[in-house]
Design a protein around this ligand. Structure first.
Ligand SMILES: NC(=O)c1ccc[n+]([C@@H]2O[C@H](COP(=O)([O-])OP(=O)(O)OC[C@H]3O[C@@H](n4cnc5c(N)ncnc54)[C@H](O)[C@@H]3O)[C@@H](O)[C@H]2O)c1
Length: 293
């Protein structure tokens, strides 16, 4: 049985994956936060990926890395830089030094968030990040490409839409992925032979998707879930799209973010900064409600 390192295992996707993957792998879970509810087949090693010695320690003796650790939405540059630039570099370099070839990257729809929702894009488009967070994901993809070409690492980059039990708003009707479909994609990333460098979209079988996910399909991905059964209720609740950037571009609210302001805009942490208030006034009902991703 393969031993898989999963970073960010205390986070949202990590928790979903732990519920979806039991018995398939020996899971070495890691996070800067503790995990106390370990199940059979799981071990936990605390690590801060912004520190190279920690990255070297956790990547020793594993068959593949599933890298979910890091800053998972827009924030100030210091957070993004430490977790998603330095942290990502450390993880990839540590895997290379420890001889771990297979590496799954949790990149994001926000790497291409400034494409309009009316445009269908595939995995070959030039990046159009919508935020500092999106830029960090473009960096992740670029470094992955370098390590594939330069060092023969096997890089599987998942441009994830939004993982949740169900789609929560109009935008997520396009980019939603269910936990079980996400687990299928992760399994393909771990198991599929002869991966060099691939970019796939992490979405379910969504009629309203603006991603052409042919590359994932080519690699064997057959999503089981669809967002369409949720569409009627969501569209009734939200009405027609507005004219703000959050409605026009694929990245939604991230396209209007300024550093970490977007999180406060969504009412997630404390009061609103002045810049956030201004942006908020211009944001449509749907995007105001939207959480980070
Ligand atoms: N959830 C989504 O729908 C979604 C969509 C697109 C991309 N992604 C990406 O997938 C990954 C996981 O997302 P998530 O929703 O589970 O995020 P999350 O914020 O719930 O989890 C991220 C985890 O990383 C850990 N972490 C942060 N900094 C760290 C550090 N320096 N060292 C070690 N661990 C650290 C956090 O403690 C947290 O548990 C992220 O890279 C995110 O950008 C997620």
């Amino acid at each position: 049985m393969k031993t898989i390192l999963m970073t960010g295992a205390a986070g949202r996707i990590g928790t979903f994956m732990r519920a979806e993957l039991p018995g398939k792998y020996k899971l070495r879970l890691s996070d800067i936060q503790p995990i106390r509810d370990l199940k059979p087949g799981e071990t936990f090693t605390r690590a801060d990926i912004s520190k190279m010695p920690d990255a070297l320690r956790i990547t020793k003796g594993v068959d593949a890395v599933v890298h979910f650790g890091g800053q998972s939405g827009e924030h100030d540059w210091e957070h993004i830089h430490s977790a998603n630039i330095v942290g990502f570099y450390n993880m990839l370099e540590a895997a290379r030094r420890n001889g771990v070839k297979r590496f799954l990257v949790a990149t994001s729809n926000h790497a291409v968030g400034f494409y309009p929702v009316k445009q269908k894009i595939d995995h070959r488009v030039y990046p159009k990040p919508d935020s500092r967070y999106g830029v960090s994901k473009v960096f992740n993809e670029a470094l992955s490409s370098l390590y594939a070409d330069r060092y023969g690492m096997e890089m599987f980059c998942m441009r994830i839409g939004n993982v949740n039990r169900e789609p929560i708003d109009r935008r997520r009707l396009g980019i939603w992925i269910s936990p079980r479909d996400m687990a299928q994609l992760v399994t393909i990333g771990i198991e599929r032979p002869k991966i060099k460098f691939e970019v796939v979209y992490g979405i379910s079988d969504n009629k309203r998707a603006w991603f052409d996910n042919a590359n994932a399909r080519r690699l064997g991905y057959r999503p089981k879930d669809r967002s369409e059964p949720y569409a009627k209720a969501i569209l009734k609740r939200e009405g027609l799209p507005g004219k703000s950037p959050a409605d026009i571009f694929q990245g939604g609210g991230h396209c209007m973010s300024e550093g970490g302001t977007r999180s406060r805009l969504a009412g997630e942490s404390g009061g609103k900064a002045p810049a956030a208030r201004k942006a908020n006034a211009a944001t449509s009902r749907s995007s105001k409600r939207a959480p980070r991703r």
